[in-house]
Design a protein around this ligand. Sequence first.
Ligand SMILES: C[S@@+](CC[C@H](N)C(=O)[O-])C[C@H]1O[C@@H](n2cnc3c(N)ncnc32)[C@H](O)[C@@H]1O
Length: 225
Amino acid sequence: MARCVAAIRGLCCRPVVRNFAIIGQKAISTEDFILDDLPGTSGRLDVLVRCLRAAMLSSHGIRRGVVVYLVLLGGPLAPRVVRIDGAGVQFLRPDERSLAVRVKKVLASRADEPAAEGEPSPWVTVRPGFAVTRGGFERVIADVDDATPWILDEDASDIREAPGLGSAHGLFVVGDHLGIPEDVRARLDALGARRVSVGPVSVHADDVVALVTNELDRRVAAARR
Ligand SMILES: C[S@@+](CC[C@H](N)C(=O)[O-])C[C@H]1O[C@@H](n2cnc3c(N)ncnc32)[C@H](O)[C@@H]1O
């Protein structure tokens, strides 16, 4: 997604954008899952939609400056990525089932045709704020422009001591129940990503997203004082 250069440099009034990428190593890339058994039939898409809630929704609304990428590496159309842009989303309910229904409808679209050989697949907006593309983590990297990449890791240094965390566009990468795959780590290492931890205990992915969000909220509030 093209971002204005002045905003990236903190020189214009557009707020800093928070990007979260959740890597679903087995998460299904089609709509063929059962809502009544989401964890058992979707390659743990439930983990990803909980992360979406934690990143995108505050108590009374949608966080307009947040973009969430659900990287789906399981099922017949994988790799595929669903992008949810808070700037465009309408009426997002916080419960897991409603979020899964919304993602199911997006995945049922086949508008994101595979691109020609060597060409990146375009993003296709399927519903307000919801777009989909064929391709894996590389499509996320291409979309976030100059965002500063961060890897969320249990044994890394404390996020509370991380300099520059909230002052520029960030891309925060979180694993699912299986963690972050090696190829994604290697790609992030090549980009100079820094590893940070939200605490000494391994917690659920959506709790990680909530803790990162809380840390960013605190920094924004402190910068305003
Ligand atoms: C439930 S954990 C996955 C645990 C998995 N067994 C593994 O080896 O990665 C899901 C993801 O949350 C993130 N995570 C969990 N606890 C964390 C912590 N204390 N600090 C930072 N990230 C954490 C990591 O990105 C991890 O891949």
